[in-house]
Design a protein around this ligand. Structure first.
Ligand code: NDP
Length: 496
């Protein structure tokens, strides 16, 4: 048996009791507490400060450690070392979250699940900050805060508000594709082990020779996709709000390690120029028939966090964390997220969040021009120059430097004019949702579930937003709106 640890105050001073406050006035309850009681004061003061700012979105989560293993050779597309060498394994941290609810939310509610994954590679951290559906609700980043507010609490009532939700989506109908997926049964997964994740964005795989390919990432569960029916998910949210957390934790305790197969869709740059769909539009998928899934690797979760706060709450993921061989595309949402995620981490965790054990790269880090700030707990680069360019302690730079001294690696050329970007909704925005409606039509009960799931939510909204919502669904197919209308009437009759 391990020796029990000797209790100390936070400064390391051994102390005789954790439950005795200093008291003037004898050993009965009468008397005064003392300001000299460092233990009492520190304990109370620390308690008041033990919450850090909650994430504005994706606050409620579950996570675990694992590994990413390369299973197929894709070296013709990328130099990224973590993707090269069949059998190569990299340590991985995964955090899966609901989007709207606060930290104490229920696991089983209808929502997209965020998929924050950090792969600790020999060339630094590669983050995959994905979602459980392959498309997003908006493609213009200026709408991102509005979208999320409409899914959260009303400014007057502080209640979630279906009227606000539908009012937003009625006026941002580029989100219809994501709405169809959210209100399919995939919006209420049975467990984290049974969901897929998708990059949504287009990224690039690059090679040092200047070539690149566009890709989308698909992470498919090896447990099989399984979902809850709407009413069961609602009940479970009350009965067992931590259901998904318990399910994942117990599976790992039982050594029933969940795994996922990672696939890429890969597109040549020339094909992107003429492709039917704008590959930088996050409301669109690439049909499998055009770009088949190519297997790449396997993710396995095999270790529960030793401490949720240390490992999962303090974890910070950003789509801007990319290793050589992996690069961003011109998707406006991706470009904006590459700023916003790090910025959120700086606000939430402080400017040195990259030094926290759960975020710290396992590879060599030498970034002496980014130093000081709250809570530096490395050696802060000692006396090394804090300015660029030094003969006293020269720095070695890796990478591909061209004749002009600039780093080569842009891979793309852009020429154009600066204009205001406004994403107008067009008929094409309803084509892929219609294809999804066809997919649902081939599976027993799936269309009926979607209509019922929408009606359950829409029935809670003010009737003044119903007509426009139904009109939006009718642009996918008149049958969608018709079926939702029937379900709305059934719900209204059941309340009479
Ligand atoms: P496919 O028939 O090849 O793909 C349809 C995909 O839809 C499936 O592979 C599956 O995604 C997903 N799916 C199947 N059943 C359901 C269901 N009951 N609820 C939710 N999702 C389901 O056709 P396309 O590739 O041409 O896509 C057609 C439509 O399917 C798209 O417009 C899109 O709405 C949707 N879809 C497409 C995806 C893609 O990347 N191509 C991914 C997911 C959905 P998965 O295999 O990932 O589980």
């Amino acid at each position: 048996m391990k020796a029990s640890p000797v209790y100390t105050l936070a400064e390391g001073v051994p102390y005789g009791s954790a439950t005795t406050a200093q008291h003037f006035g004898g050993d009965n309850i009468k008397g005064l507490m003392l300001l000299q009681d460092t233990q009492l004061i520190e304990t109370l003061a620390h308690f008041s400060r033990e919450r850090i700012p909650e994430r504005v979105v994706h606050a409620h989560a579950v996570g675990a450690w694992g590994e990413f293993e390369v299973t197929h050779d894709i070296s013709e597309f990328t130099d990224a070392k973590f993707l090269n060498g069949i059998g190569k394994k990299s340590k991985t941290l995964l955090r899966v979250s609901t989007v709207g609810p606060e930290r104490g939310g229920s696991d089983s509610i209808r929502d997209v699940r965020g998929w924050g994954m950090k792969i600790f590679t020999e060339e630094g951290n590669q983050d995959w900050v994905f979602n459980s559906i392959p498309v997003f609700f908006v493609r213009d980043p200026i709408k991102f805060p509005s979208l999320n507010r409409s899914h959260k609490r009303h400014p007057a009532t502080n209640m979630t508000d279906p009227t606000m939700f539908w009012d937003f989506h009625n006026n941002s109908q580029e989100g219809i594709h994501a709405l169809m997926l959210l209100f399919s049964d995939r919006g209420t997964p049975k467990s984290i082990r049974h969901i897929n994740a998708y990059s949504g964005h287009t990224y690039k795989l690059t090679k040092e020779d200047g070539t690149f390919h566009y890709i989308k990432v698909h992470i498919k569960t090896n447990q099989g996709v399984e979902n809850l029916l709407n009413d069961d998910a609602v009940k479970l949210a009350g009965q067992a709000p931590d259901f998904h957390a318990a399910d994942l934790h117990q599976a790992i305790v039982n050594e029933n390690y969940p795994s996922w197969t990672v696939y890429f869709q890969i597109m040549k740059p020339d094909d992107a120029e003429t492709y039917r769909w704008n590959i930088f539009d996050m409301t669109k998928i690439w049909p499998h028939s055009d770009f088949p899934l190519i297997p790449v690797g396997k993710l396995t979760l095999n270790r529960n966090p030793a401490n949720y706060f240390a490992d999962i709450e303090q974890a910070a993921f950003s789509p801007s964390n990319m290793v050589p061989g992996w690069a961003p595309s011109a998707d406006p949402m991706l470009q904006a997220r590459m700023f916003a995620y790090n910025d959120a981490a700086r606000y939430r965790l402080g400017v040195n969040y990259q030094q926290l054990p759960c975020n710290r790269a396992v590879s060599h880090v030498y970034c002496p021009y980014q130093r000081d700030g709250f809570m530096t707990f490395t050696d802060n680069y000692g006396g090394d120059p804090n300015y660029v360019g030094s003969d006293l302690k020269p720095v070695t730079f890796a990478g591909n430097v061209g004749a002009n001294g600039c780093v080569v690696g842009g891979h793309e050329k852009w020429i154009g004019q600066v204009i205001g970007f406004t994403s107008r909704v067009v008929d094409d925005d309803f084509v892929q949702p219609r294809a999804f409606w066809e997919v649902l039509g081939k599976q027993n009960g799936q269309r009926e579930h979607l209509a019922y799931n929408v009606a359950c939510h829409l029935s809670g909204a003010d009737p003044q937003v119903h007509a426009k919502a139904l009109e939006m669904f009718s642009k996918v197919h008149p049958k969608v709106a018709e079926m939702i209308q029937v379900e709305l009437e059934k719900i209204a009759n059941s309340h009479r």
